[in-house]
Design a protein around this ligand. Structure first.
Ligand SMILES: Nc1ncnc2c1ncn2[C@@H]1O[C@H](COP(=O)(O)OP(=O)(O)O)[C@@H](O)[C@H]1O
Ligand SMILES: [Mg+2]
Length: 679
């Protein structure tokens, strides 16, 4: 045994023989793994313990409610701990608390230790599969997993190795038959719900994490699909030889699925009804007077007994005096009290104490991702494919833009240089820089879908915000070019605006910048309000205000001063688009007036449109480009900022004295103030 193996925590357990088996298996696996991974840092299995976990959430201004009430438990390598309970009992919250991803309106107390340390695990060591599958629906299963492998696995692995890992993982989850099928979502049929779940799991286990959290991996699946999903999860160890610690919340396991559980944590309304070997649970119920009727699935029986959502009453078993009927509240109370005073509870407490004292070194060599540049390239590619295949992203917009350009071009067809054309040119340019660009709001729903995938991947640490923003910007460029150049050229030449390539190019550049600006604005809005309707409303309102104040509907000198002119007139990017486009169009032209006089474009700019001629149109374009960069940076800052602000807001709540009054509700529980704040 080399020094690595000695570092493996020999965690004390009740049965020494168990321990020996684990260590022997570990040794065997370490040897085989070393030869596979070419001397990679050996991996310490993960023992997780939690003690007296309380979680409360603020539901109203001054109202809080307990979600978890003093939970204690542990999870060990090579074992599957199932968290069961009726819906709303706190399963997801417990997983979130253990995975360190509780939402910001909650407060948590208690002690969570990993191998005896209060530490967060390095990237790649732990993975969390959430309840809803946020996947890129336009990709095939192979593409989704392969791109994810390219993002998550380090550059030291070759492309072929990453591909092999992806394929292996796909086979591991039994998805080889659907490998070339698109994932699909609303509007296009793709793989089934069960397969989607397995793709989500696949993506998270690519890095071979040793601690795996799964939130209801079988919900929404039929019993056969649930069985196979759980079987795959359970047998992961056998396939790649990594001792995983798996914690899964399961809603309604069949008897066969129940067999896979090593330990069971049964919750009801945030309290532990049972924690211990899954095989002993039914005996625990029977000994408290609730035996499982013959031919009934034990998990169904347990869940039915402790479900208080429907005011049903429970019949006591024959051992307890025959046909006594008691309400569920009472049943839960009996079971919780019985568990609290049981020997099993003592054993769990002792186990937790022992495991948490075993301060093994979790010498996590931080696993590396793919490098930043590779991440940007992979994200650009992946996003490009998605934009290409998703009709709603750009194609529908392209058709709408072309139609609009033809309408615009024919309405203003052959504009000439008559007196009337002065107003026409002004209207044409205004329309292009406002309404045409406004239509870019249409890509918002697709972007919100992208953001959901990004949120999940970022929470799981696959890549950072910068890589996402860069990838998204680059992948969008060819499409934005299409969407602005083709309609722009059609409208420009149909109307016959000022001739000369320089003028056309300038016009197209402004149109392109404006479309990108609207997209960037919508990205910022998506980061703040990730809801279609609210987002589109907010985006429209902001743009409406900017258009109003840009200087066409009300001339700059007439805009009321304090707020509307300073600063809003100058913040509105449409102002610079107007100024630039008007200069581009009018400078150098001469128009005939009604009295047969000639008026120069410069005079019109100065007197009619109040355009500032003191600087060049290129300055306006530069301002637009500068704003574009600023908007993207702002998007990045907002996403990063919300990450930082959330814990701050939560800690602010933590010290709010008014709210702590509501905290103590459970007479049995240890006061939460004894625990550690782990926010
Ligand atoms: N962030 C939160 N804010 C307010 N209430 C919450 C929050 N998270 C969970 N809850 C509430 O806590 C209870 C348990 O939720 P959850 O852990 O999601 O249950 P389960 O996963 O067992 O169905 C539910 O009643 C839910 O409404
Ligand atoms: Mg849940």
């Amino acid at each position: 045994m080399d020094s690595h193996n000695e570092a493996i925590p020999h965690a004390p357990t009740r049965s020494d023989s168990d321990d020996d088996v684990i260590v022997t298996v570990m040794e065997a696996l370490n040897i085989s793994r070393r030869s596979n991974s070419g001397g990679r840092e050996e991996e310490v299995p993960i023992y997780m313990t939690w003690k007296d976990i309380w979680v409360r959430a603020w539901v109203g201004k001054n109202e809080s409610k307990s979600i978890l009430e003093g939970l204690t438990g542990y999870a060990k390598p090579g074992q599957l701990l199932a968290i069961m309970g009726p819906s709303g009992s706190g399963k997801s919250t417990l997983l979130d608390a253990l995975g360190g991803r509780l939402s910001s309106n909650t407060r948590q107390t208690g002690e969570i230790l990993i191998n005896g340390h209060k530490q967060s695990l390095a990237y790649g060591t732990t993975a969390y599969v959430t309840q809803d599958d946020s996947l890129i629906t336009s990709l095939t299963v192979r593409e989704a997993v392969y791109y994810s492998a390219q993002l998550q696995l380090p550059d030291s692995m070759s492309k072929a190795e990453k591909k092999e890992r992806a394929e292996f993982t796909i086979r591991e989850m039994g998805l080889q038959d659907a490998i070339n099928t698109r994932i699909g979502g609303w509007g296009c049929k793709g793989i089934s719900g069960g397969q989607k779940r397995r793709v989500s799991i696949c993506i998270e286990i690519l890095t071979r994490p040793r601690l795996l959290f799964l939130d209801e991996p079988t919900s929404g699946l039929d019993s056969a699909a649930s069985y196979y999903v759980m079987k795959r999860i359970k047998s992961l160890d056998h396939k790649d030889g990594i001792q995983r610690t798996i914690i899964a919340s399961i809603h309604q396991p069949s008897a066969e699925v129940f067999q896979f559980f090593d330990n069971l944590c049964l919750l009801s309304a945030g309290k532990t009804v049972y924690f211990g070997p899954a095989s002993d649970a039914i005996q625990f119920f029977a000994s408290n007077g609730f035996p499982c009727p013959a031919l009934q699935n034990p998990s169904d029986h347990m869940l039915k007994t402790i479900n208080k959502d429907f005011d049903q009453e429970n019949e006591l078993g024959p051992d307890d005096g025959g046909n006594g009927i008691i309400p569920t509240e009472e049943v839960i109370r009996i079971l919780v009290n019985s568990y609290n005073s049981s020997e099993m509870n003592q054993q769990v407490q002792a186990e937790v104490a022992m495991l948490s004292e075993t301060e093994s070194i979790c010498q996590d060599k931080k696993r590396s991702h793919a490098g930043f540049i590779s991440q940007c390239i992979v994200l650009s590619k992946r996003s490009f494919i998605n934009m290409f295949r998703d009709l709603g992203y750009y194609w529908i917009r392209l058709v709408a833009y072309m139609g609009m350009a033809i309408c615009l071009g024919t309405v203003f067809y052959d504009i000439r240089t008559t007196n009337n054309s002065i107003k026409d040119r002004g209207s044409f340019l205004t329309f292009v820089s406002t309404f045409m660009t406004f239509m870019s709001i249409g890509g918002f729903p697709s972007f919100v879908e992208d953001m959901k995938v990004f949120e999940r991947e970022r929470l799981n640490g696959h890549y950072g915000v910068c890589a996402f923003v860069i990838g998204n910007t680059f992948s969008g460029i060819p499409f934005v070019l299409l969407v602005s150049l083709i309609p722009g050229i059609i409208a420009y030449y149909l109307a016959g605006l000022q001739h000369g390539y320089e003028h056309v190019l300038y016009f197209l550049s402004v149109l392109l910048s404006c479309v990108m600006l609207v997209e960037s604005l919508m990205m910022i809005i998506a980061a703040i309000v990730p809801n279609y309707l609210l987002g589109i409303m907010t985006g429209s309102a902001i743009q409406g205000l900017m258009i109003l104040l840009a200087g066409f509907f009300k001339l700059p000198s007439d805009i009321p001063r304090p707020l509307w002119k300073y600063p809003l007139h100058y913040i509105a990017f449409h102002r610079y688009a107007f100024q630039g486009l008007f200069k581009n169009e009018f400078q150098g032209l001469k128009f005939g007036t009604k009295n047969n006089n000639v008026i120069t474009g410069e005079e019109i700019l100065r007197d009619t449109f109040e355009v500032d001629n003191s600087y060049s149109k290129w300055v306006d374009l530069s301002v637009l480009v500068g704003m574009l960069v600023l908007y993207r940076v702002l998007f990045l800052v907002i996403i990063k900022g919300t990450e930082k602000v959330k814990p701050f807001v939560a800690s602010f709540k933590l010290v709010s004295p008014k709210k702590t009054i509501h905290v103590m509700e459970n007479p049995n529980a240890t006061p939460p103030t004894h625990g550690h704040y782990l926010l």
